[in-house]
Write a protein that binds this ligand. Structure first.
Ligand SMILES: [Zn+2]
Length: 91
């Protein structure tokens, strides 16, 4: 009777240790995963139509002109492109 109870406590203790180990490895895995994959830059490059350079989409300034998306490296380039479009665009 007493021995059976002791065994039960031992099993419960072992189960608790295993639970702690699993939790430890889960947090460890999560941490290393988020550490190895920075999700800031998606790798998509867009063209700046004003100065003809390519830059990451995340850093570009987006502008919708005549239903089309344009990207620029700076506000100055956006302004330059808009002015160019205005003067040489529609008849
Ligand atoms: Zn530019």
């Amino acid at each position: 009777m007493l021995r059976g109870l002791f065994r039960l406590i031992l099993y419960a203790f072992l189960a608790y240790i295993i639970y702690l180990l699993i939790r430890f490895f889960q947090t460890l895995g999560k941490r290393s995963k988020s550490f190895s994959s920075p999700k800031r830059i998606s790798g998509i490059m867009v063209k700046d139509e004003a100065c003809n350079t390519y830059l990451p989409k995340e850093e570009a300034i987006k502008e919708m002109i005549d239903g089309k998306e344009y990207f620029f490296c700076s506000k100055e380039c956006r302004q330059k492109f808009l002015e160019k479009k205005k003067t040489s665009g529609k008849p």
